[in-house]
Design a protein around this ligand. Structure first.
Ligand SMILES: Cc1ncc(COP(=O)(O)O)c(C=O)c1O
Length: 387
């Protein structure tokens, strides 16, 4: 038990976990009470008081604070952080501003659609091709990714942790090879940031994007991106608006001069309350410690995988190089029905069913008991079915 006590009891901050076994963070993370309060208070103040609650100085500070927290999460300079409204927006913004005229874009065939779709649109230009590395048994081989990175490759778009299978990619090896060929690496880290220690400088990545509402435990509506200094200096954003200007408070419609930082990718008014919420949530995670959360989550993932191995007909899909997502199939079973039955329990179990697989996410508020309750009930359900 001791090993599972790295993280203290968080049920006061996430009261629902007393009643529900929540294994669904890869879909939506729970937001801790202090973050809900901060976000709610800002929304209420804003709604009631308008500019009395949000003046220019305050607005600048909201972004500065989020850039500071984001830079500590990813280990970079706050000037390298751009604030967006969603991961898809950030991916599109970066992808289009590469202004590619020819060459190959590399990704994998099991990515989240927000990663591959922008590439398909860009490849409507006949001189650009997209190569999606094939999965073998839901696993993408590093060697096959590396084999696709050659002198024609302009950029690799990949998730740090695969949304469906929890496979964790070796970003350092991918980046080293990509840079040898003058190619960029753009990473979607929404299934990684919040529990995996991330050091964008050590990894040498060009762009690392993550969003608020999963493992970072913040509300919907914001995302941050690390963009390397070399890259943001070289790129011109495709989308622009009043916040694109270095002197945005001058509201000068006659001249557009970008700021000399990654901020040049920010362009519009947005939901400021969730920006405050995300900064607060990152602070909350840092107070517990990302390393502590990582060890906690990995211990739970390992326990789950070991226990699943004792259930007949279960096939684990998550590969060896895993993270906090564990995915499995069960032969000859209607998984939707299993999901429904688990929701009917006295302490309901909330999980995800995707492409006829069960996806379990284990985060800081989960415990050893959560894993064992799931296993016990899966075993009971199969016994009933086989009787
Ligand atoms: C890997 C990955 N990228 C992006 C997203 C969605 O990002 P957004 O809704 O912020 O555009 C998801 C959501 O499940 C995801 O799993």
């Amino acid at each position: 038990m001791g090993d599972f006590m790295i993280v203290k009891d968080l049920s006061d901050d996430f009261p629902m976990i007393r009643k529900v076994n929540y294994l669904s963070t890869a879909s939506i993370g729970l937001v801790p009470n202090p973050v809900i309060e901060t976000t709610k208070n800002f929304f209420t103040e804003m709604a009631r008081k308008g500019t009395l609650a949000l003046d220019e100085e305050k607005e600048v500070k909201i972004y500065e604070n989020l850039r500071k927290e984001g830079s500590q999460l990813l280990n970079c300079n706050p000037k390298d952080i751009a604030v967006f409204n969603s991961v898809s927006e950030a991916l599109n913004s970066v992808a289009w501003s590469l202004e590619l005229k020819e060459g190959k874009l590399v990704s994998t065939e099991i990515e989240f659609p927000s990663v591959s779709y922008p590439l398909f649109r860009i490849a409507e230009n006949e001189n650009i091709t997209v190569k999606l590395v094939k999965a073998d048994n839901w696993t993408i081989s590093l060697d096959e990714i590396l084999a696709e990175i050659d002198e024609t490759t302009k950029a690799v778009f990949i998730t740090h942790v695969e949304f469906l299978t929890g496979q964790q990619h070796d970003l350092k090896k991918i980046t080293d090879q990509a840079h040898d060929f003058g190619s960029l690496v753009v990473v979607d880290g929404i299934q990684a940031a919040g529990y995996l220690p991330i050091d964008v400088r050590k990894l040498g990545i060009d762009v690392y994007i993550t969003g608020s509402y999963k493992w970072l435990l913040a509300p919907f509506g914001t995302a941050i991106a690390y963009i390397s200094k070399d890259l943001y200096e070289a790129l011109t954003p495709t989308f622009v608006g009043w916040r694109s200007s270095e002197d945005m408070w001058d509201f000068n419609p006659l001249e557009l001069k970008f700021p000399p930082t990654a901020m040049k990718f920010e362009y519009s008014t947005s939901a400021y309350g969730v920006k405050i919420g995300l900064a607060e949530a990152i602070k909350y995670l840092h107070e517990i410690g990302i390393n502590n959360i990582y060890h906690h989550n990995m211990k739970l993932s390992e326990l789950l995988i070991n226990e699943l191995k004792s259930i007949e007909n279960v096939r684990i899909i998550t590969p060896e190089k895993k993270a906090s997502i564990v995915t499995f199939k069960i032969k000859d079973v209607d998984l939707r029905k299993i999901g429904e039955e688990l929701r009917k329990l006295k302490r309901p179990i909330e999980l995800n069913i995707r492409q006829n697989m069960i996806r379990i996410s284990l985060h800081v508020y989960n415990t050893e008991e959560d894993v064992l309750q799931l296993i016990e009930n899966l075993k009971k359900l199969f016994k009933r079915r086989n009787a």
